[in-house]
Design a protein around this ligand. Structure first.
Ligand code: DON
Length: 570
């Protein structure tokens, strides 16, 4: 054991020596300079099959919203750890006319949920109950989301859009190496939670063809009968009976009540960029606005990419934004959120009064700001631009990898464990170490606070970028670093997506950096200033999928090298 530790330390040390080379303009090494370039339209998603189906829908004349429906459902087939029918998500859009908006199809707490549902009689938090099995499941929103998007903006019939997806489920797709490992890693848990074998409890190897006949049937029913097939008819009945058998409390009434909601996105400026991102119940837009508006007061391009000073500015801005998140943010249909105050320049400037480049602000000495008014982990993101000039950014999730791990064999899909995104017990961290307060307490029909940050960026009043990522609490900081990488540090889209990332979220008071990606000198400097840097435990932070509109109007895809992510376009 000791030997192993010594070897590991040596490797880390060696790597730091190697990484500690003179700074180049871009500090990462082996990434492609440019991503895929297409002239008209593009989809970037976690799987080639999903990107291809979305792109083909656009080639048939469909728009970005038609492609959204196709890509979302294709991911449910070939990326089932996060793509889903049993989860929820958010879409931010910009039409070719420049109108912007957001769609919230986040899961909701069931009618029978209550504030203390994960506490025992001694108020002890029963951690497992909000993470695994029936009680962890929020009322799914994804099918409502695709129908709502399609009704307002779709141009092809739903049957046309779903046809290739149904064929994908029926005929199967080839499992990648990463995916084979992931399926195999989880198979014992699936068996244990579901108390039975399923197509997911077999042993897999890369290249195996994975077919899901049950999911093809479910999708066919949705294609034939529309939204009500999922929320009222046979699928709803099967789902409710199954969840109740597994300790869940979702009723037919919960499904029948579910509505996706159009929201006003959060819109703010960073220098000459106009950024459009997700509003509550996601914290993404507000937190990112706070962090970027704070960062705009410092010349980070001059400091350089991932240098000590740049990391300090971003870390301190992140620390303060996540402290506010924990206190002020939750479902806007249940609480008042002081959005204008939280984003005011004066407030944000005042928040940094306690910061000095000499040393870290300890999180224990910092809480949320005073506002003077009443007041794996797996997710997946895809970005689409069509040939008409419409753009969308969608992040969708089951929360943890494969959600609650409940898999209904008859329906062919997994159920989320999104209930864990509520603050089950104030002050107790959730799956992502996030601490929540009253604003995000559980209540019947309430939506749980999210970090998902689908985002569009305009420059000179024109569409410039669409992006987003999975990664739980690290989503917000990954998205904003990607924007800064292109805007401040002159990277291509692909380089910006691949560049090493770091993250701070107030509590725990740690700067998490991607292992082996940062040079030893920078880490040492940060440590000397009082930052606790974790450079061992995060093999990767986020998987950003993005598209950049280049100056000649062509599109550059940024498909994150950390996954099997792929750009497809024409
Ligand atoms: O909504 C949220 O913020 C989380 N449920 C997202 C989970 C996630 O990104 C996990 N992926 N790595």
């Amino acid at each position: 054991m000791k030997k192993k530790h010594a070897l590991l330390s040596l490797c880390i040390l060696l790597c730091f020596w190697q990484c500690d080379s003179p700074k180049k303009e871009i500090s990462h090494s082996t990434t492609a300079v440019l991503g895929l370039i297409s002239q008209k339209a593009m989809v970037v998603s976690a799987r080639e099959e999903a990107s291809r189906i979305g792109s083909e829908i656009m080639q048939q004349g469909g728009n970005a919203f038609d492609a959204m429906v196709a890509t979302e459902m294709a991911l449910a087939v070939c990326y089932p750890n996060a793509g889903n029918l049993g989860g929820g998500g958010f879409m931010v859009y910009r039409t070719h006319r420049g109108e912007v908006g957001a769609l919230d199809y986040r899961e909701k707490a069931p009618l029978r949920a209550n504030r203390d549902m994960y506490l025992d009689e001694n108020k002890k938090y029963l951690q497992d109950k909000s993470k695994t099995g029936g009680l962890a499941v929020g009322v799914p929103g994804t099918i409502a989301g695709i129908f709502k998007a399609h009704k307002r903006f779709g141009s092809l019939p739903m049957q046309t859009i779903l046809r290739p997806v149904i064929l994908l489920a029926k005929n199967g797709f080839k499992i990648t190496e990463k995916q084979a490992k992931q399926f195999n890693d989880y198979s014992a848990v699936f068996k244990q939670v579901n108390q039975e074998n399923s197509i997911y409890t077999k042993k897999f190897k890369a290249g195996d063809v994975f077919k899901n006949e049950a999911l093809a049937n479910t999708l066919q029913q949705i294609s034939d009968n529309g939204r009500s097939a999922f929320y009222q008819d046979e699928i709803a009945k099967t789902l409710v009976a199954y969840l109740q058998k597994n300790g869940g409390i979702i009723s037919l009434k919960d499904l029948d009540n579910y509505q996706a909601i159009w929201r006003e996105p959060i819109v703010f400026n960073y220098k000459d960029l106009r950024i459009i991102s997700m509003s509550p119940p996601s914290s993404g837009g507000i937190c990112m606005a706070q962090i970027l508006k704070t960062t705009a007061n410092y010349p980070i391009a001059q400091y350089g990419h991932n240098t000590t000073k740049t990391i300090q500015v971003l870390t301190e801005a992140q620390r303060r934004a996540y402290a506010d998140r924990s206190h002020y943010l939750g479902d806007p249909d249940f609480i008042d959120i002081p959005v204008d105050s939280l984003l005011s320049d004066a407030y944000l400037k005042g928040r940094m009064d306690s910061f000095s480049f000499e040393g870290a602000t300890p999180s224990k000495e910092l809480t949320h700001g005073a506002i003077s008014q009443a007041e794996s982990t797996e997710t997946t993101h895809y970005s689409i631009i069509d040939s008409y000039g419409n753009a969308i950014a969608v992040t969708t999730t089951l929360n943890a990898s494969f959600g609650s791990k409940l898999y209904n064999k008859k329906l062919g899909f997994f159920l989320n464990n999104e209930m864990d995104d509520f603050s089950a017990k104030p002050g107790t961290p959730n799956l992502f170490g996030l601490i929540g307060g009253d604003a995000n307490a559980i209540a019947p029909q309430k939506r749980m606070l999210s970090s998902m940050t689908p985002t569009l960026v305009e420059k000179d009043n024109k569409l410039w970028m669409t992006l987003g990522t999975p990664g739980g609490s690290t989503i917000i900081t990954s998205v904003l670093q990607t924007i800064l990488n292109v805007y401040e540090f002159n990277m291509s889209m692909q380089q910006a997506v691949d560049a090493p990332r770091f993250h701070h979220q107030w509590l725990p008071d740690i700067v998490k950096v991607e292992a082996t990606s940062f040079d030893a000198k920078t880490i040492k400097e940060l440590e000397n200033k009082g930052y606790v840097v974790d450079y061992k435990n995060a093999s990767s932070i986020g998987r950003v999928d993005a598209i950049l509109v280049l100056s000649d109007g062509s599109l550059e895809g940024g498909a994150d090298k950390r996954g099997d992510d792929t750009a497809v376009g024409f």
